[in-house]
Ligand binder design. Structure first.
Ligand code: ADP
Ligand code: ZN
Length: 309
């Protein structure tokens, strides 16, 4: 029997890169985390650390057969475009127009997959987590930023560029006068509802706000509006919500209740019955959706290169 191919996975975030090598979700051999202040550290410095870690990991575990990257964006995700594999127009000057795949290819001549962090997470959840069996699936993360990825008929959704679901326009919660924290739009979804917005609006870290604080009803309003918009546009079979802000057991039920109230029985489907428990769900892979999604991208890249996985 041939050994299973070994994959490299990269979850590239604005505050940290998470790297892993493994053959699959049950066999992640080694992971590491590289803190990345992308505002002060040049991309070349971080990418040099990334390639060095994978070279060391190869010496311990064997050669990588393929690498997958799920990245913060905006990023070039169209394989036919000149900017494929790049982090493109990010406002972080030290990271704008960074050829991520190019830097990896110079060291590892193997097939590579590249997509947004949230499309990768959607793919990971679809393969191994809470999105199994869904043809059309949405994954939303609510953390330092807000981002959404989608699979349509099992394929990551791209278009002109790629979806930027964090920047939806959402009606304000009644009485909310907060200006928002998005540098481009102020009061878009991300500007009103990411972790830093909660912290700035309430003056304390979101993780310290007690469950009975009004902050959570307001947060649920913004997330429920977003979920209804996704339901009405993409009609995903399931909507998965993860990220730091959702790391408690009271936010999701609030979002479900507000979402159901906004839908107001307009749509009928068994999956939407019973208070949306089966439609609006937490990630099945916990906090590993992004990294395992990157591994899934690597597996797909190897398969596409004609090698049987
Ligand atoms: P990132 O988005 O940077 O990948 P996370 O998904 O962990 O990372 O999100 C970090 C954000 O989530 C921070 O703004 C933090 O304040 C917030 N956060 C972390 N834990 C909690 C919690 N238990 N409750 C609410 N907010 C939290
Ligand atoms: Zn915005």
């Amino acid at each position: 029997m041939f050994p299973s191919p070994l994959f490299g996975a990269i979850e590239a975030g604005g505050t940290k890169f998470v790297l892993g090598v493994g053959t699959g979700p049950e066999d992640m051999r080694e992971t590491t985390r590289i803190e990345t202040d992308t505002r002060s550290t040049p991309s070349s410095e971080i990418l040099a650390k990334v390639t060095a870690w994978f070279q060391e990991a190869e010496s311990r575990h064997g050669k990588l057969a393929a690498i997958g990257v799920g990245t913060f964006g905006p990023a070039g995700v169209n394989p036919a475009a000149a900017d494929y594999g790049y982090i493109t127009t990010t406002p972080k000057p030290l990271w704008a127009n960074t050829d991520v795949l190019g830097a990896l290819r110079r060291v590892f001549p193997v097939p590579m997959g590249f997509d947004t962090d949230v499309n990768a997470a959607a793919l990971g959840e679809w393969r191994w987590g809470a999105g199994q069996g869904c043809g059309t699936l949405l994954y939303l993360t609510v953390g330092t930023g807000i981002g959404g990825g989608a699979l349509v008929r099992g394929r990551p959704l791209h278009g002109l560029l790629h979806p930027e679901m964090g920047h939806l326009r959402i009606p304000r919660a009644a009485g909310d006068t907060f200006e928002g924290v998005c540098p481009w739009h102020g009061d878009c979804l991300e500007g009103m509802a990411n972790g830093p917005a909660m912290e700035k609006r309430w003056g304390v870290k979101a993780s310290t706000l007690p469950p009975d604080h009004g902050a959570w009803e307001m947060e649920a309003h913004y997330l429920a509006c977003a979920c209804v918009n996704f339901l009405m546009t993409l009609s995903p079979e399931r909507c998965i919500i993860g990220g730091g802000v959702t790391q408690n057991n009271h936010l999701l039920p609030r979002v479900r209740a507000k979402c159901a109230a906004l839908v107001n029985h307009y749509l009928a489907h068994p999956v939407l019955a019973g208070g949306l428990e089966n439609w609006l769900v937490a990630p099945g892979l916990g906090t590993r959706s992004g990294l395992l999604g990157a591994l899934a991208l690597a597996q797909e890249a190897l398969a596409a290169a004609g090698t049987k996985v």
